[in-house]
Design a protein around this ligand. Structure first.
Ligand code: SF4
Length: 349
C-alpha cells in the first residue's frame, strides 16, 4: 500500500511523528493556507480522509482543487452555510415524516398535497427568516407534490389499498436513512431512502435507492450537471449497499451485519425542481466509470496531484467561492488569464 494511504488507515494513536511529518511535507503544501502545525491538526485531516463518500467523490469529480480546499484543508465557503441549514432541517423532516403519515388518511384524502405540506411545517425544527422561508417553501410544496404523485402511481398501477400503500408508499422500513461505513473498501455514506417499486416490465418489485437534494439543481448553473454524473452518484450508493454486506452502523450506533440484494434503480430528487426527478437503471459501464474515479481519487491523495476544473474558467469566477481568495491569486492566475483572453488589466496581472 502506498505511503500516505497507509498512514491514513493507521489508527490515530499508532501514527508516528515521522508519519505526520511526511504527510505535512507531501500533502499539506499550500503556503498561502495557514494550517497550524500540530499533530492534532494533521491527525484530524488524516481522519477526515479515512473514507470516501459520495459527496467527496462528486466534489473531486467536479473540480479536484475544490475537493482539496474543502476536504483536505477544511475550508468551508461561507455561502454553503445557508444551504446547510436548509438541507439539515429538511433532511431531518424526511427522516421522521413517514412516522406521521397515516395510511387511512392517505386513502381518505384523494389529494394529499395540503396534508403533507402542513405536516412538514409542523415538523421543521427551526423557525426561519423570510429569506430562507421563501427558498424553503418551494421545496416543501414540491415534496408534497412528489408524495402525492407517489400515491397517484400506486392508485394507477395496483390500486389504493392499505396493503399497496404499505408496500410502495413508505420507504423500506429498516433502510430509512441507512448509515454505512465499510472498512473494507473505505467508503461510507448515508442512503436517504429505499423504496419498493413495481416494475411493469418484469411484473416484479424492484428496489429504488433515493437521494434527496435540497440545494440548487446543478444543471441550472452554466456547468451542466450531466445525467452521467447523477448516475455516478447513485452508483456510489448502490455499490456501497452491495459491498457493505459486512457491516453498517445502525441509528443507535451499533455495528450490524447487513446483506441486501443490489438495488435495481436509483433516483436523485432536487426538490427545487421536480423535473429532475427521474429513476435511472444503472448500466454496467457506470460502475466501471465510478471505480476509475475512486482509484484516481486515492491516487491524487497519495501523490498530492489535484487538477483544476474542466477548463470552464469563467464559471469559476462567477460561481466558485474559492476563486477570488485562493485559485485566482495563488494557483490559477496565468492559466485563467490565458483562457479568458486577458480581460483583467495589466496592473492586476
Ligand atoms: S475556482 Fe475553479 S479551479 Fe479553482 S477551486 Fe473553484 S472550481 Fe476549481
Amino acid at each position: 500500500m502506498s505511503e500516505i494511504i497507509k498512514i491514513i488507515r493507521t489508527k490515530r494513536e499508532d501514527r508516528t511523528n515521522k508519519d505526520l511529518w511526511l504527510v505535512w511535507n507531501k500533502l499539506l503544501d499550500a503556503p498561502f493556507i495557514s494550517i497550524r502545525k500540530s499533530s492534532k491538526v494533521v491527525n484530524d485531516i488524516l481522519d477526515r480522509l479515512l473514507f470516501t463518500s459520495k459527496s467527496r467523490i462528486m466534489s473531486y469529480e467536479f473540480c479536484q482543487t475544490t475537493f482539496k480546499y474543502s476536504y483536505i484543508f477544511g475550508i468551508n465557503p461561507p455561502q454553503q452555510e445557508f444551504y446547510r441549514k436548509i438541507g439539515g432541517n429538511l433532511h431531518y423532516v424526511m427522516e421522521i415524516l413517514y412516522n406521521y403519515v397515516n395510511v387511512d388518511d392517505i386513502i381518505k384524502l384523494r389529494n394529499i398535497k395540503n396534508y403533507i405540506y402542513n405536516l412538514i411545517y409542523s415538523l421543521i425544527p427551526e423557525k426561519f427568516s423570510d429569506r430562507i422561508f421563501n427558498y424553503i417553501d418551494v421545496m416543501v410544496k414540491n415534496i408534497a407534490l412528489f408524495e402525492d404523485s407517489k400515491v397517484q402511481r400506486i392508485r394507477t398501477t395496483g390500486g389504493l389499498t392499505k396493503e399497496n400503500l404499505e408496500r410502495y408508499y413508505y420507504p423500506i422500513k429498516e433502510e430509512r436513512e441507512l448509515g454505512i461505513e465499510n472498512y473494507i473498501t473505505y467508503e461510507c455514506g448515508k442512503v436517504d431512502a429505499t423504496y419498493n417499486i413495481y416494475n411493469e416490465d418484469t411484473g416484479k418489485d424492484s428496489i429504488l435507492v433515493v437521494d434527496y437534494k435540497f440545494g440548487v439543481p446543478k444543471y441550472m448553473d452554466t456547468y451542466i450537471y450531466a445525467e452521467r454524473s447523477i448516475r455516478k452518484e447513485v452508483c456510489f450508493y448502490k455499490r456501497l449497499m452491495k459491498e457493505a454486506g459486512s457491516m453498517y452502523i445502525d441509528k443507535d450506533g451499533n455495528m450490524q451485519l447487513f446483506q441486501r440484494r443490489e438495488a435495481d434503480y436509483g433516483m436523485i430528487i432536487y426538490f427545487q425542481d421536480l423535473r429532475t426527478a427521474k429513476a435511472f437503471k444503472m448500466e454496467p459501464g457506470d460502475y466501471y466509470d465510478l471505480s476509475i474515479t475512486i482509484n484516481k481519487y486515492w491516487d491524487s491523495i497519495e501523490n498530492n496531484s489535484f487538477n483544476q476544473i474542466h477548463g470552464a474558467q469563467e464559471w469559476c469566477m462567477d460561481r466558485c467561492p474559492y476563486f477570488w481568495k485562493y485559485c485566482y491569486p495563488y494557483e490559477n492566475k496565468w492559466k485563467i488569464l490565458r483562457s479568458m483572453g486577458n480581460i483583467f488589466s495589466e496592473q492586476e496581472t
